[in-house]
Design a protein around this ligand. Structure first.
Ligand code: KIV
Ligand code: ZN
Length: 513
């Protein structure tokens, strides 16, 4: 079987899309998941784009051991210098440089002639190569470029030392037949084609990113660029889980092999959704809650007689647990630890202790604690565990009064460093009232309230509500998460966590000023 290199760009193309920005800690958490998933390359960011991006590419480069780590760079000296500075500490660093090759982009965006673009592709690839043996060159908007010119640019990049050449469908415009033909053409017409790996990078504007990626592989690509959950600019990038499971499920159609541990897919998907404060659409292929649900009577009948009637891949193969009724009030820490381990979590003693405490609290509120509940508790622990300087305000108690004919009021009592703080406020509903009361106590610096997202972890009226809140101040995002069967409590906890991070950052800035 031919080996496919999986290049994940969740932390670059995914993260740069609106509503998906992540802070350093969240990026590190995603990088950890990607390493467990066994992607080959992690594109950790675009080092020159901001000091925050530079720092996260550098930190991820220094912590990831099992994957290549890449930074994006435009085809210029400054970008390439920054990319190298950020990735040089990686076990296997890669510089990924790009320049556009379509007439539209060259004329209106770059204001460069084709000759100038050709020269920049060659000279900047050679410049990157002086730093790093592993250099990827991308021809932005390749699928709308003149094929002959594209072949010349790719030939020049390979002659200058590019080891991977990427052919992006930047605006999600191409079709599977065109994609396959383009790769076949390039494999035939590019000089030195056998000296580099050809790569696909598709966007999903017309819903064809997965099909186009698979067609690219059939045309000769041996690297796929993708993101977890298909995150990315506009309609997103190719979803990693879709391409991988298509190859896995249809080996006759796609006789290719990737290094991915498919049983980590569900977990990586949950982590990424949880960090950006979204949940999978119910019918999302592979990772949506309904992806393995058989509701119609005829389907259920068939599945009971023989799973293969309606099931082309198993939930277990992507790490979805089908064991639903699990633990209860009388279960001990060992049983919880055992169950978490079988779900793929190896927690530290401290994290296990914290999860067990939350589990016990949940058992008092909820009749049945499912695997999904347990996974949510463990995921929250991973994503929200705080550093000492973010501990700040804690919820002591709250009381709300609300109805559909009066204005909601909320009193909150918080503690910080042994002191008690109480205030009361009106609001447009109980959650707004609670947030207003918190604002009166905390008095945060001006910020925007970007995302409030709530979703249920499982079925039933007593389900856990999972709340994510994102605030932005001075171009930095602060995320808070809360998990409770009481959605007002979950919202208050999430808001306080985001607030504490914002206050800690403000205090740090004041200190260093
Ligand atoms: O879509 C695109 O063209 C890109 C390149 C920068 C690789 O993301
Ligand atoms: Zn892209």
């Amino acid at each position: 079987m031919d080996r496919i290199i999986v290049f994940d760009t969740t932390l670059r193309d995914g993260e740069q899309s609106p509503g998906c920005s992540m802070n350093l800690r969240e990026k590190i958490e995603v990088a950890r998941c990607l390493e467990k998933l066994k992607v080959d390359v992690i594109e950790a960011g675009f080092a020159i784009s901001s000091p925050g991006d530079f720092e996260s590419v550098k930190t991820i480069s220094e912590s990831v051991k099992e994957c290549t780590v890449a930074s994006l760079a435009r085809a210029n000296v400054k970008d390439i210098d920054a990319a190298w500075e950020a990735v040089k500490g990686a076990a296997d660093p890669r510089i990924h440089l790009f320049i556009a090759t379509s007439d539209l982009h060259m004329q209106y965006k770059l204001k460069m002639t084709p000759e100038q673009v050709l020269e920049a592709a060659a000279s900047m690839t050679a410049y990157a190569k002086k730093y790093c043996s592993n250099v990827e060159f991308s021809a932005e908007d390749a699928t709308r470029s003149d094929w002959d010119f594209l072949a010349q640019v790719i030939s020049a990049a390979i002659a200058s030392g590019a080891t991977t050449v990427n052919i992006p469908d930047t605006v999600g415009y191409t079709t599977p037949a065109e994609m396959r033909a383009l790769f076949e053409y390039l494999r035939e017409h590019v000089q030195g084609a056998d000296k580099a790996i050809f790569s696909t990078h598709c966007h999903d504007d017309l819903g064809m990113a997965t099909a186009n990626t698979l067609a690219g592989i059939q045309g000769g690509a041996r690297q796929i660029e993708c993101t977890v959950n298909g995150l990315g600019e506009r309609a997103g990038n190719t979803a990693l889980e879709e391409v991988i499971m298509a190859m896995h499920t249809r080996p006759n159609a796609y006789p290719f092999e990737a290094r991915i541990d498919t049983t980590q897919i569900a977990r990586a998907s949950r982590t990424v959704y949880s960090i950006i404060g979204q949940s999978a659409p119910l019918n999302k292929p592979i990772v949506g809650r309904n992806a393995f649900a058989h509701e119609a009577g005829i389907h259920q009948h068939g599945v009971l007689a023989n799973k293969l009637t309606y099931e082309i891949l198993t939930p277990e193969s992507v790490g979805v647990s089908t064991n639903n009724l699990v633990l209860g009030k009388h279960s001990g820490k060992h049983a919880v630890d055992d169950r978490l381990r079988s779900l793929g979590y190896a927690l530290s003693k401290e994290d296990l202790e914290a999860c067990f405490e939350e589990f016990k609290v949940l058992c008092d509120k909820k009749k049945v604690v499912t695997d999904a509940d347990l996974e949510a508790i463990a995921d929250h622990r991973a994503v929200v565990s705080e550093s000492a300087d973010e501990l700040g305000y804690r919820l002591d108690w709250f009381s709300v009064h609300t109805s559909n004919f009066t204005t909601a009021t909320c009193t909150v009592s918080l503690t910080k460093d042994g002191e008690k703080y109480e205030d009361v406020c009106l609001g447009d509903g109980p959650i707004d009232a609670a947030f207003n009361a918190i604002d009166k106590i905390v008095r945060p610096v001006p910020h925007t309230f970007d995302i409030y997202n709530i979703h249920s972890i499982s079925e039933g009226k007593d389900t856990l509500g999972d709340v994510t809140i994102k605030l932005t101040a001075e171009n930095r995002t602060y995320t808070g998460k809360g998990l409770s069967t009481d959605i007002i409590e979950a919202s208050i906890v999430a808001y306080l966590k985001a607030m504490n991070k914002l206050c800690a950052a403000t205090a740090k800035e004041k200190e260093s000023a």
